[in-house]
Ligand binder design. Structure first.
Ligand SMILES: [Mg+2]
Ligand SMILES: [Zn+2]
Length: 192
């Protein structure tokens, strides 16, 4: 079975501008294409795992999120990054304005549903995999799925927690904290 690096989108791959809804707002963070190439060359599957409450809030449709992801995919390929293996997003929110998305789902991080779905789809070894995120909720999702976790400081690592339906484990901590995806890649490649 293959190992994966699960990647949060906003604050890890691209600048976290708050509620990003349009491709024109995408700003790939420095070093990201090269870091993705190194991880891919090392044999990892690369999977985006992103909460997108913009859908639940009625600020964008799921088709808009998918268009943003196609655009980001194109930008990364143009910057010589490898093609990512899968893109998973959670459009739900427990307090959604759009009723169809007001559910307590298994996919919204800190729950591990998206990682488990990707593991099922791609045949991934979660215990050999890593989750890279900029929020403690990313760390929680990765840890719940049985992955090692890295917190990067390119996004919302100092921001208030997102809306949760259950409290996080107060003892939860990432396995590693570092500046950005380049440094996260250095650490991940040193673990093998
Ligand atoms: Mg983030
Ligand atoms: Zn969800």
């Amino acid at each position: 079975m293959k190992a994966a690096v699960f990647l949060d989108r906003d604050g890890v791959l691209v600048e976290d501008l708050g509620l990003l809804t349009r491709p024109e707002e995408l700003r790939v963070l420095p070093g990201v294409p090269a870091a993705l190439s190194r991880l891919k060359q090392a044999g990892f599957a690369l999977v985006v795992i992103t909460n997108q409450p913009v859908v639940a809030r009625g600020l964008a449709k799921e088709t808009d999120v998918q268009a943003v992801h196609r655009s980001l995919d194109t930008s990364l390929l143009a910057a010589c990054a490898p093609r990512l293996d899968a893109w998973h997003y959670c459009p739900h929110h427990p307090k959604a304005e759009v009723l169809a998305y007001r559910v307590i789902c298994e996919c919204r991080k800190p729950r591990p549903g998206m990682l488990r779905q990707a593991a099922h789809d791609l045949g991934l070894d979660l215990a050999a995999s890593f989750m890279v995120g900029d929020r403690i909720t990313d760390v929680a999702a990765g840890a719940s799925a049985g992955c090692r976790t890295v917190l990067v400081e390119t996004g919302k690592h100092t921001a208030a927690p997102i809306t949760l339906v259950e409290p996080l484990d107060p003892n939860l901590a990432p396995n590693h904290v570092c500046a950005d995806l380049t440094a996260a890649t250095d650490w991940i490649l040193a673990q093998r």
